[in-house]
Design a protein around this ligand. Sequence first.
Ligand code: SF4
Length: 436
Amino acid sequence: MSAEQPLVRVEDLQKYFWENDSLLDRVLGSEPVAVRAVDGVSFDIYPGETLGLVGESGCGKSTTGETLLRLQEPTGGRVEFDGHDIYDLDGSDLTDFRREAQVVFQDPFSSLDPRMTSGEIVQQPLDVHDVGTESERRDRVRDLLERVGLSTDQLDRYPHEFSGGQRQRIGIARALALEPEFLVLDEPTSALDVSVQAQVLNLLDDLQSEFDLTYLLISHDLSVVRHVCDRVAVMYLGEIVEIGPVDEIFTEPKHPYTKALLESVPRASTDERARDRETLAGDVPSPRDPPSGCRFRTRCPMVVPPADVEIDQADFRAIMDLRERIERRDVSLETVGDGRFDFEDGSVPDTDVPGFVAALKDRLLERDLPPRHDAVVEDALAELAASNWESAARRLRTEYESVCERDRPELDEGPHPAACHLYGDRPDAAVDPDSW
Ligand code: SF4
C-alpha cells in the first residue's frame, strides 16, 4: 500500500433506496422498505492507480461509483476527495469537484445525445464551465478528439455515424475535456465488441500515463480487471468482501466469494479446462432483506459449522440450505410422496409420520448424512408433519447455528484484507480456508 495520501477516501458509505415511501403509502399505513444498495463500503484510491470494483450484477458497484461522484446523495458515510468531504462542498468548491471527477458510462449508444455532433458533445462541458474563449474551446475539442484516436474531420458527425468503439472514444474525450484528476469508468467496454475492447482499454491506459489520471474501474469482467487494475475490491450485496493487489486477488484469493467468482471464469488453457469448476449455487439474496451476519452465507461453500459440531463441509451446507427453505416455508407439504399422505388439517396421521419424513428427506436432501446428523434432520422434518415450521427451524438452528449468521465479518487488517470468519480471529472456525 502506498504511503502517500489517497486521492479518494471512502468511509462507511451507505446508499439506500426506499420503497413504499410515497405519501399514498404512508396514508395506507405501509412501512417504508430500505433497499440497501451500498451498505458500509470503505476503500482508498491512491493518485495514479486504477482500483477495480468487481462483483455480480446488482451488487452495488455502479451505485457506489455514482455516490462517490455525488451523482447520488448518500444515506450515510463520507467520501473525501483530495482531503475534502465532497458532501460538504457547495458553490465554487462543488463546481471544482465536478471538474476534477468525471465519469465514462457503460453504454456509448445511450450516453451521447443523438442530436449533437461529436464536436458539440465534447465541447459541452467546456461551455457549461465557461472554460476559455470560443476559439480556445474549439482548439481543445480538436486536440481531445485526436488524443482519443479520432479525426478532426469527424467533428461535425452525429453519434449514429460512428461505430460503438468510436462512440466510446467520444465519451472518453468528453470526460477528459475539463482536465480531471479522477475518472470513474463504469463498465466502459462491456457494450463493445471483443475486438474493440482491447483498443479502448489500451487507450485508457495511455491516457492515464499521459494525464496522470486516477481510475475507479467498475466491471463484472474479471479479464478486463486483471488487465488494467493495480488493486481490486470485490463487492457482494452492497459490501466490500475483499480488497488487495490485483495479482494476489487473482492468484491467492481469500474470500470464498472471490474464489467462486474466479472459478466461474472460463479457462483459456486445456490443462485448466480439465479442472473441476466450482459454480456458485443459489441466487443472490435481495438487498431488501439481506441475510444476517455474513451476506454470502446463504451460498457459501465454506460456511463455518459450530466449533463443537464435527461435520463434513458439504453436509453442513446441505443442512443450512434445508434450514433456509424451512425458514422461508418454501416446501409444499401437501405434495410430499406425490400426495399419498393424508394432509388434511395441516398434519399427517401419527402412523404416517415415518413415511412422510423419509419422503420429505428424499426430496429435500440430495445426500446421505452420518447417523448423528441424520437423526437431527429427521427430528426437524417430523415437526413439519404437523406443519410446525418454527419448531422445525428451531431444532436445526439450536444444533447448527453458525458464527457466519450471527456475526457480520469485518475486513481484517493489512494490504489484502477479507471480510470472512475464516480469517482474522476465526472465532468458531472449524475449517481450513486453504482446504477449498
Ligand atoms: S464468513 Fe462464513 S459464510 Fe461468510 S464467506 Fe466466510 S465462511 Fe463463508
